[in-house]
Ligand binder design. Sequence first.
Ligand SMILES: C[S@@+](CC[C@H](N)C(=O)[O-])C[C@H]1O[C@@H](n2cnc3c(N)ncnc32)[C@H](O)[C@@H]1O
Length: 341
Amino acid sequence: MPPIPALQTNNGTYVGRYWTEHSVLRRYVPSDKELKILSFGCSTGEELLTLQLLFPNAHLYGCDNDWSNLARARAVLKDNAVVFHSNDEEILRHGPFDIIICNSVLLRPTRLVEKIKTAIDPTEWSSVVATLDQALKPGGILQIINSNIPFRLHRAASGYEALRSPLILGPNYTDQFDLNGKHLCSAVPGTGFSAILNRHLGEAEWRLMRPTDLEDVHFRKSGGDTRVVPVENEAIPNMNAAGTVASGSTTYRPEISEDRRPSTHTEIDVHWTAFKNGDVRLHRSARRVWFDGSIASSTKIEIDMTGPVAGVFIESAIGRRSTRISMDLLLGARASQTHLL
Ligand SMILES: C[S@@+](CC[C@H](N)C(=O)[O-])C[C@H]1O[C@@H](n2cnc3c(N)ncnc32)[C@H](O)[C@@H]1O
């Protein structure tokens, strides 16, 4: 069987990439026991390592179409994942999967060809997504981040419901196109390090887009008997019993240039409270400002941070490292992660 054409050729990846999205995905499923998870476009294996942290009891599979990436992934994962060359036959042979992860693969850098901007070939995109759909069990979850074409436009999408959580702000930062290759919006270069920094400029056809095209990452296939647990926040019950010692606010608004070109971005306001034991609770409000200036969506959420991460949040809010906590993190002396319920 011919290999699937090369999509994104950049193999950039790291452990912990898309941590929020992966941890929300973990919380959608009651148990990770016996789950079969495919990382489509696993690159050198770091995404599988992240999945291993969150889904320690799952059976992990990864595929890529680059031999050197596969060799490195196999060396890193050893017996902890099945790593194979990407083609339709192998994907279907190893499936069906409960979860398929497809992060930063369904894209190509945007190019100017005869005055028209193009990126991924829509026919190739449709064919790859159809294979992933075929390899996913009924009731399974597809996680797609950074696709050049919104999943909503695929013919299989009517068989899926989008799963939404206020924790997810929209990590997608690629240019968007429709199935006819119409350029819908451009990602502002330099964004993409964090969901709140992402900004897109409207191209002539931006009205064909929906805000959820930039925000949705989890899609549940209909059928099956899996129970999906909603993920509304990250708050730890009774966290404030320890008593508060300090509080403050921080805010994020991108600078919009004077050219008045329609653009969409997210605005964030955070009020934080620090407790005696060093933990921190955030009240976060987020609003997506749409291309026409309207507010397309707004969410309010509580997020609790425990351990060193909490101290680092305060320090990042004031812009300086200063405490022993952040030095420990800097030197790798302590493992840390935000609390997962
Ligand atoms: C930017 S990396 C993403 C790695 C990882 N998913 C992540 O988000 O950290 C893109 C990867 O997709 C792989 N890729 C490109 N075309 C592919 C295909 N047809 N099948 C599987 N992987 C492919 C590339 O070789 C590269 O390793």
